[in-house]
Design a protein around this ligand. Structure first.
Ligand SMILES: NC(=O)c1ccc[n+]([C@@H]2O[C@H](COP(=O)([O-])OP(=O)(O)OC[C@H]3O[C@@H](n4cnc5c(N)ncnc54)[C@H](OP(=O)(O)O)[C@@H]3O)[C@@H](O)[C@H]2O)c1
Length: 283
């Protein structure tokens, strides 16, 4: 018996982004490796998650690929994202790097190839041109970016002529994206919220917990419901337990009242968790 198949799949809504049906909830895999990663990806797929987020830098593409292959889910049903790190953004490096990712992921294409962090060394035009070649070759369905500021997005669109499908950035109740979001909506770019639970700050927050209690839900579920209820916003929480993975998918029955949304919007917005030395100057 396949133990993973005994789980009841949830239906995770999709949103239309540039004609692509993107599941508004994905499964983040940063920090998951080896058997833990394989187990959680299989659980996520069995629960109905169809949007998986990995990256070369996470060191788990091989585990994600093995888990998808073993899950018995059609490859075409999974929206699979990976990201190239700084060292692989140059013209000569992009294709071999992506091919190595495809081999580890055991697939012949990814749905979304992303620039993991904007580079000050390699011109954006050069990377995006190499990504476009891979898209033309069918190895990449869509082009995306992460950690792009307004300046980078404008350069991609206005100078390079590429409108990314998504910009993956940190977004949760303690960090606003009030400059990026309106611009991205105007350009039809999805905001994929990473660290949507603020890496553990969300579950402890008394305001979110109080709102959750009214709905019979947790603070984490409230934060995710708040994120995915916003136009062109998706979220990719990571969970290393089945319990959390299930809880994060049970958010689509939450209808937040205007007073509750206002309370979430009134929370302090100065908690940026992911801010490495190579981060751009944020908006
Ligand atoms: N593009 C980028 O630069 C970038 C940067 C950061 C992250 N990401 C992506 O975004 C994904 C998510 O972000 P993240 O991993 O930084 O943090 P996160 O999803 O905000 O938080 C993960 C933490 O929340 C806990 N958690 C999950 N579900 C919960 C629930 N229902 N109740 C209580 N706690 C819960 C997890 O615990 P357990 O693990 O114990 O379940 C874990 O400690 C990453 O995995 C990665 O795919 C991308």
């Amino acid at each position: 018996m396949n133990l993973f198949r005994t789980r009841t799949p949830r239906t995770i809504p999709r949103m239309d982004v540039q004609g692509v049906a993107l599941p508004v909830l994905g499964f983040g895999t940063s920090g998951l490796q080896g058997w833990r990663c394989r187990r959680m990806v299989r659980i996520a797929l069995a629960l109905g998650y169809r949007h998986l987020d990995t990256a070369q830098a996470y060191g788990n593409e091989d585990d994600v690929g093995r888990a998808i292959a073993a899950a018995g889910v059609a490859r075409s049903d999974v929206f699979l994202t990976t990201k190239l790190e700084h060292a692989h953004l140059g013209r000569r490096h992009v294709r071999p790097a992506l091919e190595a990712s495809l081999a580890r992921l055991r697939t012949d294409y990814v749905d979304l190839l992303m620039i993991h962090w904007p580079s000050e060394q390699v011109p954006l035009q050069e990377t995006l041109a190499a990504f476009a070649e891979l898209r033309d070759a069918g190895k990449v369905r869509h082009i995306g970016v992460c950690n792009f500021t307004l300046r980078h997005l404008r350069e991609a669109i206005e100078t390079c002529g590429v409108t990314p499908l998504c910009n993956q950035v940190e977004y949760h109740p303690f960090l606003a994206q009030s400059r990026l979001l309106p611009y991205m909506r105007g350009a039809g770019i999805a905001l994929v919220a990473y660290s949507p639970l603020a890496r553990g700050l969300v579950p402890r927050d008394p305001v979110l917990r109080r709102i959750g209690a009214r709905h019979g839900k947790s603070a984490a579920q409230v934060a995710l419901a708040w994120l995915v209820s916003q136009a062109l916003v998706a979220a990719i929480p990571k969970a290393s337990s089945e319990r959390n993975c299930i809880a994060n998918a049970e958010i689509f029955d939450i209808r937040l009242g205007a007073d509750e949304v206002a309370a979430i919007e009134a929370l302090p917005k100065d908690r940026r968790i992911i801010d490495p030395s190579w981060a751009p100057s944020w908006d």
